[in-house]
Design a protein around this ligand. Structure first.
Ligand SMILES: Nc1ncnc2c1ncn2[C@@H]1O[C@H](COP(=O)(O)OP(=O)(O)O)[C@@H](O)[C@H]1O
Ligand code: SF4
Ligand SMILES: [Mg+2]
Length: 325
C-alpha cells in the first residue's frame, strides 16, 4: 500500500478528573491506544456506542485538544509535534464537520460570511473573488448561490449540514473528520447528505474519517471500518468483510441492531446486558467481558487483554474470535 495520508499510532487521551476529589479519582480513559490509517481519497468509518471515544479521537487528531500519548502523522508530518504557526498551516488541510452544524454557525453571521471566513483567514482568494467563490461552493453542495445573504436559522437541518460542508470545503482540505454529520437528520435526508459527501470525495479526492454510532450509515460511505469499544479498536477491516463476517462479539451485537434490507430474512437481535462500563475504571482482561455473550468466554477473558490480530481480511481483538458461536 502507498503511504497513508493519515497515520495514527497508539493514540491515548486521558481526561484528568477536576474538582476537590480529583486526587482520588482515576482519569477517564477516553482513548486508550488507538492505531489506524486513512489513505488518500479513502473513507474510514469509526463506529461504536456513545461514550466509546470516537469524538475524542477526531478532536485529538485536529489538535482541538492535546493528546496524552501517541503520534498523528499527516502527509508525513507529526501533527502533535507542530508549533503554532505550522499547526495553523496544517489546519487548513484538515477540517471537521459536526452533528449539529447550527452550534458551529454563528447565528448573527450570514451564511456567506461564515463560508468566506476560512478563505480569508488562509488568504486563498483575492477579496473581489470571494463572493463568486462562496456562491460556487453553495452550488457545489446543492444549494442556491443566492443563499449567501441569508442567516443559519432560515435553513432546515439538512441544508445547514450542507452549509457546514461548504464551509469546510472553502479552504480546500485534503481530509475531513465527519463527526456524526447525519445522526440528527431524518433517514431520507441522511441519504442525500451521504451521497453529497461521496460525490465530493469522488470529485475532489478528499479523505474522510467518518464517525457514526450506527453501522448502517457507515455501510453507505466507508471502504473500511473500525469498531471502538471503551477507548479501543476491537475490530477493523474492509466494510463489506466486517459486515458480512463480523468476528468480534461486540461487532455482531452492533450489527444485529441494523435493519436488514430484505424483510423476509430475519436477523437475531443480540441484546447486550448492562451499560458499557465506566472508562475511568475499565474492566481487567478483555474490556468487553462483563457483557460478552460469546459461548466460549472463559477465565482468560477476564484476566488477559486480547490484542488485535489478523483473521481473514480483518483484525480482531478477541481470544475466541475463531471459535463457533
Ligand atoms: N472534556 C472532557 N472531559 C472529561 N471527560 C470527557 C471529555 N470529553 C469526553 N469525555 C469522556 O470521554 C469519553 C469518550 O467521550 P467521546 O469521545 O465524546 O465519545 P463518543 O464520541 O464516542 O460518544 C466519555 O466517557 C466522555 O464522558
Ligand atoms: S476476548 Fe472473551 S470476553 Fe472478549 S470479546 Fe472475546 S470472547 Fe468475549
Ligand atoms: Mg461523539
Amino acid at each position: 500500500m502507498s503511504t497513508p495520508l493519515l497515520e495514527v499510532r497508539d493514540l491515548v487521551k486521558y481526561y484528568k478528573a477536576t474538582g476537590f476529589l480529583a486526587r482520588n479519582t482515576p482519569p477517564v480513559r477516553a482513548v486508550d491506544g488507538v492505531s489506524f490509517t486513512v489513505g488518500k481519497g479513502e473513507t474510514l468509518g469509526l463506529v461504536g456506542e456513545s461514550g466509546c471515544g470516537k469524538s475524542t479521537v477526531g478532536r485529538t487528531i485536529l489538535r482541538l485538544q492535546g493528546a496524552t500519548a501517541g503520534t498523528v502523522r499527516f502527509d508525513g508530518t507529526d501533527l502533535l509535534a507542530l508549533d503554532r504557526s505550522a499547526l495553523r498551516q496544517a489546519r487548513r488541510r484538515i477540517q471537521i464537520i459536526f452533528q449539529d452544524p447550527y452550534s458551529s454557525l454563528n447565528p448573527r453571521m450570514t451564511v456567506g460570511d461564515a463560508i468566506a471566513e476560512g478563505i480569508e483567514i488562509h488568504d486563498l482568494a483575492p477579496r473581489a473573488g470571494i463572493p463568486g467563490r462562496v456562491a460556487r461552493l453553495l452550488e457545489e453542495v446543492g444549494l442556491d448561490g443566492s443563499y449567501a445573504s441569508r442567516y443559519p436559522h432560515e435553513f432546515s437541518g439538512g441544508q445547514r449540514q450542507r452549509i457546514g460542508i461548504a464551509r469546510a470545503l472553502g479552504v480546500e482540505p485534503d481530509f475531513i473528520v465527519c463527526d456524526e454529520p447525519v445522526s440528527a437528520l431524518d433517514v431520507s435526508v441522511q441519504a442525500q447528505v451521504l451521497n453529497l459527501l461521496a460525490d465530493l470525495q469522488a470529485r475532489r479526492g478528499i479523505s474522510y474519517l467518518f464517525i457514526a454510532h450506527d453501522l448502517a450509515v457507515v455501510r453507505q460511505i466507508a471502504q473500511r471500518v473500525a469498531v471502538m469499544y471503551l477507548g479501543r479498536i476491537v475490530e477493523t477491516g474492509p466494510t463489506e468483510e466486517v459486515l458480512a463476517r463480523p468476528a468480534h462479539p461486540y461487532t455482531r451485537a452492533l450489527l444485529s441492531a441494523v435493519p436488514v434490507p430484505d424483510p423476509t430474512t430475519q436477523r437475531l437481535r443480540i441484546v447486550l446486558a448492562g451499560d458499557p462500563p465506566s472508562p475511568s475504571n475499565p474492566p481487567p482482561g478483555c474490556p468487553f467481558h462483563p457483557r460478552c455473550p460469546h459461548p466460549a468466554r472463559d477465565a482468560r477473558c477476564s484476566t488477559e487483554r486480547p490484542e488485535l490480530h489478523q483473521i481473514g481480511r480483518s483484525e480482531v481483538a478477541c481470544h475466541h474470535a475463531e471459535s463457533p458461536t
